[in-house]
Design a protein around this ligand. Structure first.
Ligand SMILES: Cc1ncc(C[n+]2csc(CCOP(=O)(O)OP(=O)(O)O)c2C)c(N)n1
Ligand code: SF4
Ligand SMILES: [Mg+2]
Length: 295
């Protein structure tokens, strides 16, 4: 773990494009925390792959430099998982909204957690489909009037961390978009985890999420004791903590499995290999050999 505050090389991640999120949007805080964490962990645009889903959060894809993928709604996890399996020299970070990850792509999320692919996954949970102007998502509180459900949402919301913790994950954390310092620390912990590091970020969306405003969320946040983010290795305690949402929004690392072995390191076919899959494809695939002849 390196320092949080040093932004000396953070401009390495800046792009020439200007952010265009609404004033007060939590995506600003998440983007800032991500850049700080990347910088603090000495990750570079050359050894990092950033994968974005479709949505307001995904419009940050061209606001950061480096290798960036911006794919179909709900499908960021299959792409990121494949990339992580192909080349573990790259730090793979995937981001999605609650719409993409908890509706269209929930199947991918379940199996990525279960298989424990080695990547950081950041869920921008603003409790609505924001880019398409504020429809209800799986995390919108019951009774909330939304576009396309003006009489109020009738289904109860998904408790995200409780749901993920019941999938036998190796890492679950939660942060709040308005607390950039804590979020930076949480992202750093996630980047140091070997396996699927799931981070839910409760994200302000002042334009469409009027119920869970900053004034609603902030008093509910319960940070871990002390200045350091607490690490919890007892999954049952973590589930109990997660169940307190939304009355109490516990932040920090809720659970981390000690001495975790991720998916690719459980494959007997990979034991003893000092190459990555991507190297082997380049060496042996006939199309790659053909292409090499034209280099
Ligand atoms: C397969 C598919 N379904 C629907 C859409 C339309 N669409 C684009 S963004 C979006 C909602 C995004 O909500 P969320 O994933 O929560 O991201 P946010 O905008 O809230 O950050 C939808 C439904 C799409 N682009 N592709
Ligand atoms: S609609 Fe919401 S999520 Fe989208 S940019 Fe505006 S505040 Fe952010
Ligand atoms: Mg959303």
């Amino acid at each position: 773990m390196n320092c949080v505050g040093c932004d000396a090389h953070i401009t390495e991640w800046d792009s020439d494009n200007t952010y265009n999120w609404c004033t007060g949007c939590g995506n600003y805080g998440i983007a800032a925390a991500l850049k700080r964490a990347l910088n603090a962990e000495h990750l570079t645009p050359q050894n990092t792959l950033l994968c974005f889903d479709i949505g307001c959060h995904g419009n940050g894809a061209d606001k950061i430099s480096g290798y960036v993928f911006h794919g179909l709604h709900g499908r960021v996890i299959p792409f990121a998982s494949g990339a992580a399996l192909a080349n573990s020299r790259m730090k793979v970070i995937a981001e999605s909204g609650d719409g993409g990850a908890l509706s269209e792509g929930i199947n991918h999320l379940v199996h990525a957690v279960r298989n424990d692919y080695n990547m950081v996954f950041i869920l921008h949970n603003n409790a609505n489909y924001a880019l398409t102007t504020g429809q209800a998502s799986a995390t919108t509180p019951i009774g909330t009037p939304m576009n396309a459900s003006p009489d109020g949402v009738v289904a109860p919301p998904l408790n995200v961390c409780q749901f993920i913790l019941n999938l036998n994950p190796s890492f679950v954390a939660r942060g709040y978009s308005a607390d950039v310092n804590e979020l930076t620390e949480i992202f750093q912990h996630a980047m140091n985890h070997r396996g699927f590091a799931f981070v839910e970020v409760i994200q302000d969306c002042p334009t469409y999420n009027k119920v869970m405003s900053h004034d609603w969320t902030f008093p509910r946040v319960v940070k871990p004791d002390g200045t350091q983010t607490a690490l919890n290795s007892d999954i049952n305690t973590a589930i109990t903590v997660a169940q307190q949402f939304p009355e109490k929004i516990h932040t920090g690392v809720l659970y981390q499995r000690p001495e975790n072995v991720d998916y690719i390191n459980r494959l007997v076919q990979r034991l003893g290999k000092d190459t990555e899959l991507v190297d082997e494809v380049e060496l042996s695939h006939p199309v790659a050999e053909l292409l090499a002849a034209f280099r």
